[in-house]
Design a binder for this molecule. Structure first.
Ligand SMILES: [Zn+2]
Length: 349
């Protein structure tokens, strides 16, 4: 067995936006990359499991088993999209690589996506792919705390219209700082609510550090619970007692208020928090392009999401006024001259 070598920068994923554009010059280049990610061992028919299929002039595979035409985007978040893959790839880059991701408004201004609503839907689909990542639970020493999104100080009196967010952040100690983070929305601070979040995100047996909220005592049966006494006369400030969760809370809040202008609706908050964690958990990637690669990997593995599902039937649609002349069919970013460094060997027929 050879040593496992991870994806290589500049070969398996692009390292800069300019490189992204030179590799993924056409939709065919993008589709080939998605095939390489989705079927690393060669074509696999999602209908019948056959492993051979010829490629037609339209780029679709004709399955040798069931004779169906199979698109590499079928069964992924890109299914049935009218937006060219070149545009999708650049959207993925803008969402994954910059520290703050990208807002739908900015995306609609910098890419030929046709409308704000299309931009919002694209990002929401990619966000669903991000939510499907990071399912393994945190472990070791984990800080857990709650926070009211929208700016009520802890212990504040008004809960009306506020969103209670919970965080779990691994504490690595010393120079290693903080590890992975999880965020989630809960409806109250009962032991039952707290326990639901912790059970979902922290490995039983881990050492969990919380503030002195009494509900944590019952919530954390099965964990090594270390409650802090914030009211002790010599106690440090909360952000010093639980530095990991307070760092994540303040960055997440700044991101929601800054990049997203505080416009995230309550029913979408959980997915936005997942997006925040997706980048936080990969903040130490050696190359930021690696985060783009991981996003695409999850996008081809995640099931398709419909627009209706994204906006929650009956919920208000995310509509913003459009600048004139910005409505219409999505454009393309296709240019000539792509090459495919990810294909180290001859392309299978
Ligand atoms: Zn088949």
């Amino acid at each position: 067995m050879g040593e496992f070598i991870g994806p290589v920068a500049g070969v398996d994923y692009p390292t800069r936006l300019a490189q992204l554009r030179s590799w993924f010059a056409t939709d065919a280049d993008c589709a080939d990359y998605l095939e390489w990610l989705r079927w690393p061992d060669g074509f696999l028919c999602p209908h019948c499991g056959a492993t051979s299929g010829s490629r037609g002039a339209d780029g679709l595979r004709r399955c040798a088993g069931c004779r169906r035409r199979v698109s590499v985007t079928a069964g992924t978040v890109f299914q049935d999209t009218r937006t060219p893959l070149t545009v999708w790839f650049e959207a993925c880059w803008l969402m994954a690589v910059p520290k703050n991701g990208v807002s739908a408004l900015t995306l609609s201004e910098v890419l030929p996506v046709g409308s704000y609503q299309t931009a919002w839907t694209m990002l929401a689909k990619l966000r669903a792919a991000m939510s499907s990542a990071d399912k393994d639970r945190l472990s070791g020493v984990v800080e857990v705390d709650e926070w009211f999104h929208g700016g009520v100080a802890k212990g504040g009196s008004s809960l009306t219209g506020k969103n209670l967010v919970m965080a779990a952040v691994e504490r690595r100690g010393g120079a290693r700082g903080f590890g992975r983070a999880r965020l989630g929305v809960v409806t109250g601070r009962s032991a039952w609510e707290l326990r639901g979040f912790v059970r979902a995100h922290v490995e039983p047996g881990s050492r969990v550090i919380t503030d002195g909220l009494s509900a944590y005592r019952r919530a954390l049966a099965g964990y090594v619970h270390e409650p802090l006494n914030e009211s002790a006369p010599d106690a440090a400030e909360p952000h010093e007692l639980l530095p990991g969760v307070h760092r994540v809370f303040s960055l997440a809040e700044r991101w929601l208020l800054g990049t997203h202008q505080g416009g995230v609706k309550r029913e979408h908050l959980a997915e936005y928090l997942d997006e925040f964690c997706f980048r936080w958990n990969r903040r130490n990637a050696r190359h930021r392009g690696m985060v783009f690669y991981r996003l695409l990997q999850h996008a081809v593995a995640a099931p398709p999401v419909t627009y209706k599902h994204l906006v929650r039937v009956g919920a208000a649609k995310p509509v913003k006024p459009l600048p004139p002349g910005n409505r219409g069919l999505p454009g393309t970013l296709e240019v000539v001259g792509g090459h495919r460094p990810w294909r180290k060997t001859a392309e299978p027929s």
